[in-house]
Ligand binder design. Sequence first.
Ligand code: SF4
Length: 460
Amino acid sequence: MKAAKKTAPEKARARPKAAPKVGFVSLGCPKALVDSERILTQLRAEGYLVAPTYEGADLVVVNTCGFIDAAVEESLDAIGEALAENGSVIVTGCLGAKGNIVKQTHPRVLAVTGPHATDEVMNAVHAHLPQPHDRYTDLIPPQGVKLTPRHYAYLKIAEGCNHRCTFCIIPSMRGDLVSRPIGDVMQEAENLVKAGVKELLVISQDTSAYGVDIKYRTGFWRGRPLRTRMTDLAAALGGLAGKDAASGVWVRLHYVYPYPHVDEVIPLMAEGKILPYLDVPFQHASPRILKAMKRPASSENNLARIKSWRQICPGLTIRSTFIVGFPGETDADFEQLLEFLEAAQLDRVGCFAYSPVDGAKANELPDHVPEEIKEERKARFMTLQEKISAARLKHKIGSTATVLVDAVSAKGAIARSTADAPEIDGVVHVKPSSALKAGEFATVRVTRSDKHDLWAELSP
Ligand code: SF4
């Protein structure tokens, strides 16, 4: 077959675009050299070329040393030279972890990261020098492939768990806690928000332990230092929402254990930065059973904690899960659990009758509870909680709420308020639905309630 003669614009389109070029200055010790090798490897893997001169580069990365004064000076000089010769400079390495010295001396640098930060450096490179075309990876949207509806997404911040709850085998399957770099988490969150996500659901096995494994190491995002810690992450995610979290981007925290530092996120909720919603899996209230379960933060006075959280943030929704019929649970332990439930007045509660999991330590504990007693306790527990939940929802009748619409049909819309996480909590049934669209916020007035759900009409 004879090829058709190409027109000029077609020729231009067919010509391969030159790959972007990155210059690299590597200073410091062998550990810094290994960091440089990793970054260069990643750059090449993604199709960037490495330029041997400043003028041939589209952007320059300077990997610095900050060990002694002479090294600091040498690094600052190298950054200054790269800025003068090229103008587009990203700084990484030990000097980047030394407070604001780089930004103060050279405010024109595009981004600053600490050492061992290949992902953060790559994020900065992507932000200022778009990735070369790749016919395989270009098919993947920046927010990744998601299985959730377009308007909400789970944001996983860590894998594994350092606890050893006796009923659980997750640590033996997934290992100890490994926190994701905070720069990566924030970049993913930002990509999701840019793709239209309105609600970020922060998850891990133990969200309150985020960063413990890396001693709350300082990471970088948008060139700013950010500690790998739940409170710092929550504040940064809250910042993505703009001025008003209620109608901007919802940030919902799941799997938070009642450690003292959790108190620090409650003011963020009271200020509307993140949703006033805490998913705290208490699992039981009897100290004896919590000890047998080896639950994290089992010695905390949870009732006092809940009271003080609600004083700071009266609109707080608390969700929890419990296990009844754990081996050794006596009538007295169960009564203590019911008393806790009555006093705590939790908003959303799930309850499971204990069932042994292959490989869990709890299987070896004595005094397993007979099945019929487990089921009877579960039924009593749920009856009490439904009463509490119904009363708490009834209080909302007449109030105005912002909801996020999940689905719309001719019969009405299914939406969720700040108190409702998808899949596990209740919903708000809204009418009329003609003006509503899935994935958008709406203001409604609550007209009716039952044990789990609310009914509302669109506010004028
Ligand atoms: S149940 Fe306990 S051991 Fe299992 S993942 Fe949660 S905190 Fe970790």
